[in-house]
Structure formats: C-alpha cells, structure tokens
Ligand binder design. Sequence first.
Ligand code: SUD
Ligand code: ADP
Length: 301
Amino acid sequence: MVEPTHRVTVRAPAKINLHLGVGGPRADGFHPLATIYQAVGLYDDVTVADAPDWSVGLTAPIDGVPLDDDNIAIRAGRALVAHHGLDLAARITIAKGIPVMGGMAGGSADAAATLLAVDRLWDLQTSDEDLLRIAGELGSDVPFALLGGTALGTGRGEVVTPIPDRSSVWWVVVLSDEGLSTPAVYRHFDVLAPDAVADPPVPQALVDALAEGYTDEVGALLHNDLWPAARDLRPDLVDVEAQLRILGPDGVLLSGSGPTLLMLYEDVEEARSAVADLTERGFRCTIAPGPVAGAHVVTYA
Ligand SMILES: C[C@@](CO)(OP(=O)(O)O)[C@H](O)COP(=O)(O)OP(=O)(O)OC[C@H]1O[C@@H](n2ccc(N)nc2=O)[C@H](O)[C@@H]1O
Ligand SMILES: Nc1ncnc2c1ncn2[C@@H]1O[C@H](COP(=O)(O)OP(=O)(O)O)[C@@H](O)[C@H]1O
C-alpha cells in the first residue's frame, strides 16, 4: 500500500533582471515592464506539512521576514487551497538562502515554492495555466520563480515567456547590509522619469545575444531603468558600483529594485578571485550560476 505524502520540500531560485525596462505607471499604479529575467543559483527551500492551521516558520531567524499571515508563502498556500474549494492547512518552514529585500525576489520564490509544494502535498493536480495565474495574483515576480531559466517578462512582470539562452555565466552577488523598499524605488522612478513611455520596448539585441550565448555582448547590454532611482535613495551604491567596475567583470548591474549589485563573469576562476578580493575589503558577497531551473520538488517524506 502507498503511504500518503505528509511532507514536501520545494526549492526555488532567486532571480535577477538582465534588462529592466520600466514605463510610466498604469491606472492601477503598477508599472508596465519589459524585462529579461534570469534565475540564478541562490535558493530558498520551502517545506510544507499537513497541520490543523496555517503557520510559517524559518529554520533560522531573519529580520524583515513576517511570521504571520503577511508572509507571502501563507498567502500562496491559502490561495491554492481556496482555488480548489478545499479546507486544508499546512505548516510552512522556510530555509532562506536568498537575501531579504535585496531585489532578488526571495519572497516571490517562497510563494512559488509553496504553490508547487501544496499542489504536490495533496495531489491537487493544478494545471500549469492555473498555477501561473494564481502566482501572478500573488506578486509580479512569482510566475517567473515557477518557470526559471531565462524569460521575457511583460505586463507588470507577471506575463512570462521563456526565451533561448545559450549563455552559462557566474554572477558575483554583492550584498548590502540594509534593504531597499521596492514601492519606494518605483515611486522615486516616477519623480525622476515623469515622461516614461507607456510601453517599454523589448531589448531585442540582448535577446539575440542570449540566444547566441555571447557573454561579452550580454555584459555590455545589461540595463536597469531603476538604477537612477535606487542610487538616489542609496548614494553609497555609486561608489560600490565604481569599485566593482575596476575589477574588470564582463558587466555590472543593480539587481531589480536593489540594493544588491551584480558582477557578470564567464570564467568561474575570475569570479572566485573577485569574491576573494572583495571579501578582503569587507564586502559581503557570494557566487551564483545562471541560468538555473525554476521551482522544483526536492523531497517527499
Ligand atoms: C523590481 C522587481 C523587478 O523584477 O523586482 P524586485 O526588486 O522586487 O525583486 C519587480 O518589479 C517587483 O516585483 P514584486 O516584488 O513581485 O512586486 P509586487 O509584489 O507585485 O508589487 C510590490 C509593489 O511594487 C510596485 N510595483 C511592482 C511591480 C510593477 N511592475 N510595478 C510596480 O509599481 C508597486 O508599488 C507594488 O505595490
Ligand atoms: N517569505 C518571505 N520572505 C521574504 N520576505 C517576505 C516574505 N513574505 C513577505 N515578505 C515581505 O516582502 C518584502 C520583500 O522581500 P523580498 O522578496 O526578500 O525582497 P525583494 O522584493 O527586494 O526581492 C519584505 O520586506 C518582507 O516584509
């Protein structure tokens, strides 16, 4: 006899935006995007287990992550169960490997992981279409965390289309001690760019460079429309960015709404020596490969 599954662990990756094109705010307040997402090898592991009520915990305490109904993982679990008209609940445990409030979509990764884990825990057989739609209702970045790889994001970021990516690269992820609020960065973008277009263009040259696997070109084409707003709110990032460029990576980029900064390397040894150099100078940094898979089951128990 097959025993029922009582515990499922799903791993979900961080994301970066190789290109983040932002338009002027829509009537609903969200900004239209043309973004190229890439999933990178920093992960949160989310475990769900049958329980009488919904709850969430962390394997190690981390400031800034709510442990009540505001946690996006609980909202994801409830949303999927409600979609199926069921009255079920789970204990959610999150092992965080993705920096919090770093512009790497850790909360979105947890939501995506929870959707998949809850679906598998109770064998709900949710269609991909429904999973992606519910993900999009939870947050603009959540559908991409399900998909992984490299993808074009449009709408407010929730409409995702996989694109071919023959590059295989290493990101040096340079962390910041303080987070940046995504809504605050978008609000400041509106001040700096009052005439932003309604429909930001798809970065075709970058799409082509990725399809060919030309890392040099990808590095030269990295772009983030939120950089002027983020560096206004965090002027210290300007000096950090300059220091990173001196090390000669293939590219430097602000991750999403920041404040994490990224350096692109084709060669892992060069990436490792940049990390050694920066660590010696007091920076907190780590290496992540890209692109990697989206949310996937790692354990059934
Ligand atoms: C900037 C980006 C780039 O991928 O990533 P992060 O830096 O957060 O990782 C995203 O647009 C963040 O997406 P996400 O964090 O999922 O945002 P949501 O939960 O949907 O929205 C949070 C808030 O961000 C603003 N927002 C978000 C997306 C968007 N296209 N326009 C916006 O103006 C709104 O103020 C919204 O209330
Ligand atoms: N499971 C979660 N993990 C991290 N943050 C969460 C989570 N649920 C809700 N949040 C809230 O979402 C905000 C954004 O967090 P995060 O996703 O880490 O950053 P970013 O949007 O910069 O990528 C945090 O301020 C936090 O209050």
